[in-house]
Design a protein around this ligand. Sequence first.
Ligand SMILES: Cc1cc2nc3c(=O)[nH]c(=O)nc-3n(C[C@H](O)[C@H](O)[C@H](O)COP(=O)(O)O)c2cc1C
Ligand SMILES: C=C(O[C@@H]1CC(C(=O)O)=C[C@@H](OP(=O)(O)O)[C@H]1O)C(=O)O
Length: 358
Amino acid sequence: MSANWGNNIELSLFGESHGKAIGIVIGNLPAGVALDMDEIRWQMKRRAPGQNKMSTPRVEKDEVQIMSGLLDGVTTGAPLCAMIENSDQHSKDYSLLKECMRPGHSDYPAYVKYHGYNDVRGGGHFSGRLTAPIVFAGSVAKQILRQKGIIVGAHIQSIKDVYDDSFGVDITCEDLQQLTKQQYPTLNSDVFLKMQNVIEDARMKQDSVGGTIECAIINVPAGLGNPFFDSIESHLSPLLFSIPAVKSVSFGMGEKMSELYGHEANDCYYYEGEKVKTKTNHNGGITGGISNGMPIVFKVAIKPTPSISQVQSTINVKTKENTKLEITGRHDPCIVPRAVVVVESMAAIGILDMMKDI
Ligand SMILES: Cc1cc2nc3c(=O)[nH]c(=O)nc-3n(C[C@H](O)[C@H](O)[C@H](O)COP(=O)(O)O)c2cc1C
Ligand SMILES: C=C(O[C@@H]1CC(C(=O)O)=C[C@@H](OP(=O)(O)O)[C@H]1O)C(=O)O
């Protein structure tokens, strides 16, 4: 399995959901960055499991232990290694799942690829748990970007068919910073209760729901990115698709742009003093693969959690028979609320990586 990534910043992700620990090694970070560990703790808490009924009941503190690369709270330039211990594993829940493949999870393709040796417990290395170290790396990236005036923030755009508002063209740094201070951010404060009800309803029916997350990155200067293979879209998408359960990524108005006329889709330029702006931001701040100075805006869609306890049809790879499966164990009835900070983190890592002068 490969879990290495990076052009400028380098990431190496390690661990399994029911192993001793999970973690990340971040290479090529600048030396001399003072990390705000309280803020990192808050970002980790936004994602951590076991905090309420919307989440898996598995309780993990997600305390980060820094193993290298930090001295007196300041990065030394050596690889920054962060480790998070696993403490609340119920591995018995997975005994049957070595043979009976969960529909929608990684079990079957992983069984084929790793000849049955892959660790299925808690999803092993495929688990959403591996997003905890990503949030650590993302929090570090966000702090470095903030020193350059670049702010990343996201909100829950929808849960099933309950929708929040969308980012407007005039979104500010303060708006985004406010979102990152909320555990489950929405733009319209009334909508989250409805979303919570939809999640609870699914949970009571032994089912799950998905949704979308909208993310913005403000103050990326015009001129970042390249046409073709290293466009901003091409650079961020692999990171965003690496988040387990993400099934689509779209920039600006995405698919909806295909329904517009040219005069509706184009973002018309104007000067505000010396600054070049566009009246609308249908292209999500990127044209020709390159930032145009407007907020970079994208959406990710997250599927319903695959592990549900309703009876489902599947196969037993040991007996080679069709069978029925009733999954026991602890699962998120909806992944979206805990994934907001994961999406912000991937965005921050991707943009930082593209900035050659870090
Ligand atoms: C934060 C987070 C939490 C998740 N929690 C669960 C869970 O409790 N149960 C589950 O079956 N899948 C969960 N997933 C999704 C699975 O890990 C994912 O669907 C699986 O690895 C297969 O990958 P794919 O959906 O990208 O194909 C979670 C994902 C994330 C990002
Ligand atoms: C532990 C976390 O989420 C886990 C992600 C996950 C999966 O299949 O992705 C399955 C569940 O694992 P377990 O059966 O061990 O409880 C979730 O709890 C986490 O996000 O920290």
